[in-house]
Design a binder for this molecule. Sequence first.
Ligand SMILES: [Zn+2]
Length: 337
Amino acid sequence: MVQAEYKEYCATVGHDPLHIQGAGGNASWKEGDTLWVKASGKWLADATKEEIFLPIDLAELTSHIETGNFEIKPVILKKTELRPSIETILHAVMPQKYVLHTHPVQALAYLVTKEGKADIATRLGDKVAWTYVPYRKPGPDLGKAIYKAIHQQPQKNITVVFLENHGVVISANKLDKLIALNEFLTKELSRDISADLLNARSIQENKHNFSGYHLLDNPIAMAFVHDEKRIEIAKKYWALYPDHVVFLGEKARLFLNQDDCKKAFEHEGNLGDYAIVENYGLLIKDKLPQNKIDMLICYISVCVRLDLSKHISPLSIENIGELLNWDAEKYRSSISK
Ligand SMILES: [Zn+2]
C-alpha cells in the first residue's frame, strides 16, 4: 500500500536531523476529498509506530481557499484530542497528492541570507520547477503566500517551494518522484563543512564542574564553539527560523569562557536549558527534551554551513513577537517531548 510506503519514508526523513528536528516539519497525502495531515506536536519519526496523521475535510478547506479565505479551522473527520498541524493550509494549497514540508539544514544555510534566492537560482536553474516565498508566519499567512506564488505561474506546475527563513515544501503525484526530488535538492544544495573549521578546535581542559549539565558530544558543536566567526553569528543572529525561536527563545545563552559561565551558574543556580561556552563546548541540561537538543544541533549545523561572505537575514522583532505570543505554538511547545 502506497500510504504505508509514504509513512515509512516519513519515518526515515523524520529520523534524519539534517531534514527534520523534533516535532518540526510535516507531511500529507490526499485521498479523494480527504487530506491526511500530520497532527501538531507529533513526530514524523514516529510515522510507522503510531497514528500521527489526521483525516481532514479537503473539499471544505478548498472551498474556503478558493474564496480567498485562509483563516480556516480545518474540520477533522474523526473524534480526537489531537489538533492538525499548524501548517495544514500549506498542504491543502499544493495540488499534488504527496506533500512533504521539512526544515533542511542544507537549504536553511541559503534561506537565512539575503542572497538566498539568487544563490538557489544559481545552483538549481530550471532543473526543477521551484518558487521562493518571502517569510510569513506559519499557518494561514504562509498558506496564502504559497497559494499566490504557485497560482501566479500555473503553467510551471511548481513542485518545490522554498520558504525564506523557514524551510522547503516539496510535492509530487507519485511517491518515487517525491523521494527523488528530495534527494536531488539535498545533493544540489549541499555545502561541505570546511576541513579547517572541523580541525581548528583545541579541546580546553574542564576547569569547572557544572552539576546537572553535560557537554554535548558532537564534533560539529565543538567546531562551532571554537570558531569565533560562528559564535558571533549566534550572538547577533540567533532568531533565524520559527521552530528555533519557539523552542529555544529569542536570545542565545552565550558565554565567553568557562569562568563567566561558572559565575552565572553560581549566581542564578542554573544555566537554563543550555549554555554555549566559547572555546569550551555546548553545555546541555541533563534530561533536556530531545526536541530542544535537536533544535540546538540544527542551529549549529546551519551555522557551520553558512557562506560567511553572504548577508545573514534574521527574523525581525515583529516576526519573533507573533511566534512567541501564538496559542497554536504554545500548544505545540507544551506537548513536546
Ligand atoms: Zn515549518
